[in-house]
Design a protein around this ligand. Sequence first.
Ligand SMILES: *Cc1c(COP(=O)(O)O)cnc(C)c1O
Length: 384
Amino acid sequence: MGTNPRIYLSLGQCSGSELQFVQDAINNNWVTSGGPDVNAFEIALQHFFKLPIFVTGLSSGTAAIHLGLILLGVQTGDVVLCQSMTFSASANPILYQGATPVFIDSEIQTWNLCPIALEQAIVSEMGKGKKPKAIIAVHLYGVPYQIEAVRAVADAYQIPILEDSAEALGSAYKGQKCGTFGDIGVLSFNGNKIITTSGGGAIVTPTAALKQKAVFYATQSRDDAPHYQHSAIGYNYRMSNICAGIGRGQMEVLEAHVAKRRAMHDFYADFFQNYKGISVFTVPNEDYFANYWLSAIVVDPLLANGLTRETLRLALEAENIESRPLWKPMHLQPIFEKYPYYGGSVSETLFDTGLCMPSGSNLSDADRERITKVLTAILEPFYN
Ligand SMILES: *Cc1c(COP(=O)(O)O)cnc(C)c1O
């Protein structure tokens, strides 16, 4: 370990006004789940999306994915198609519902759901007698998936999309914000995401009726009666009003955080351009706008003179700089490997060769200088 302070992969950063919102909530005794700050935070997000959609604040992004599946009617025995290359929270709620996950490979342009493998999976599963109930599509590292191609497949077979936009708040495709492309959208405000509520999430729905349903399930499914009566299974998934206060403060810096993360991407693109065999993950064309939640690189040892992702990661770690392999695909995870998988080896190859670099909005010029110096020294013996 170097004696330098650790540079982390992704840390949250406060705007300074979070404390005032939280203080006001406490002064007004709104130390509750749900409350006026949750409402205000939801409205701020709805304004941000610039579309007539409805946002419901929840306790986590994982809870939002679970509720999303419930709202789409996923039940025991159903099949749910899910992008394999993602964080496990995209897939776990399929199992919460007693449904069967079927994993799909990525395509090489956006690293997200491959529309061709998706269609193969649908046809094959329908051949087995089960039409899939939902498609979980993810915007990995804030890069939008192939919005139109995935939608075309979903519509052709009339299967709804659950859009996991946990990493993509502030990203857009053809000017429309991520989180609004699915039949239902999911956001996360976990501590390492673009903005944080310390822990929280939200579900995005196209109608007020669906929002009402989301709130109903998230607050223990209470029927309309003076006593506690339940005709559906409920959950304790509503966002805390204190957390929403933090979220209101964070909304003031959302755009700034996106700009800073994008600047980190440009920093790496600039640095690595002179190193053959190391490519920085970048959107395929101008229709795509990425928040670049995490900047990611791919190291091809054949072109990079024998340098591997792992050599680079360990050398950074020795200098107290955190980096991390890309998400390990779900079909390779011990808990999920028994489920069907469609596609080739795109996600597996990305996992073998990819690395996420320090990307936080809190990184300073001095941090970037240190990263430049360390990377230059690590790469020197491979490029001389
Ligand atoms: C963070 C994340 C989630 C889960 O969000 P939490 O708020 O941490 O529960 C889901 N999907 C993806 C792709 C994520 O990165």
